[in-house]
Design a protein around this ligand. Structure first.
Ligand SMILES: [Zn+2]
Length: 209
């Protein structure tokens, strides 16, 4: 069972307080080839991001606590104004992750964190049955920010094989087989790559032949 706990949050942008629920437990089965979890009891991802009913700010519980910089808040307020929020509105899971990713680019989050938010947007988009184009747009942005994170050396050496596998798989899903192969081939340059990861890589690479 997905488990929740009641929580009151105060919005850093419009200062409205509201009641929400924190996810404190859920169950995961297997994972898709792009690491999208197959949740056994519904998708908890949308509930990890909280939408302010007053202004449409979207963030994790920690974002509500940590966002204090006045100039960052001003930029986000301007960004949110462009979405024409209706007071008391709601957002689906994929849209929550897309907006959180956009907001994250204004709050100085690392590219790897922005990439993760776009990746999770693609997962929610699939689970929510959105049109394919929505998934593809978010997937392109996830690739862009994972590449930026690689260039900025945001990942530890231990994480690099997984990152290259994931980039290979995201490029494969976007139909760019040359770039997919380039990332899949990178795994051969690392020592001690987990066996399961090489198996997954071989399986996905074979789909392109
Ligand atoms: Zn607000």
């Amino acid at each position: 069972m997905t488990q929740f706990e009641n929580k009151s949050l105060t919005c850093p942008c419009c200062e409205q307080s509201f009641e929400t629920q924190l996810v404190i437990g859920y169950q995961v089965g297997e994972k898709d080839s792009d690491f999208c979890p197959r949740y056994l009891d519904g998708n908890p991802l949308p509930h990890l991001l909280h939408v302010c009913p007053g202004c449409g700010f979207v963030g994790f519980e920690a974002d509500y606590r940590n966002l204090k910089d006045a100039s960052q808040i001003k930029k986000i307020v301007n960004l949110l104004a462009g979405f024409h929020w209706q007071k008391g509105g709601t957002l689906g899971g994929a849209e929550r992750y897309r907006r959180a990713a956009l907001i994250a680019t204004y709050t100085g989050k690392r590219s790897a964190e922005v990439a993760d938010l776009y990746l999770q947007a693609t997962w929610c988009s699939r689970m929510e049955g959105e049109p394919d184009d929505e998934q593809k747009n978010a997937r392109r942005k996830a690739v862009k920010y994972f590449e930026l994170a690689l260039a900025a050396e945001e990942f530890s050496g231990d994480d690099l094989p997984v990152v290259h596998y994931l980039l290979g798989e995201l490029q494969r899903r976007l139909g760019d087989h040359a770039k997919a192969r380039k990332h899949f081939d990178k795994l051969d340059g690392f020592k001690d790559v987990d066996k399961w990861l090489l198996e997954w890589r071989d399986k996905q690479r074979a789909l392109m032949q």
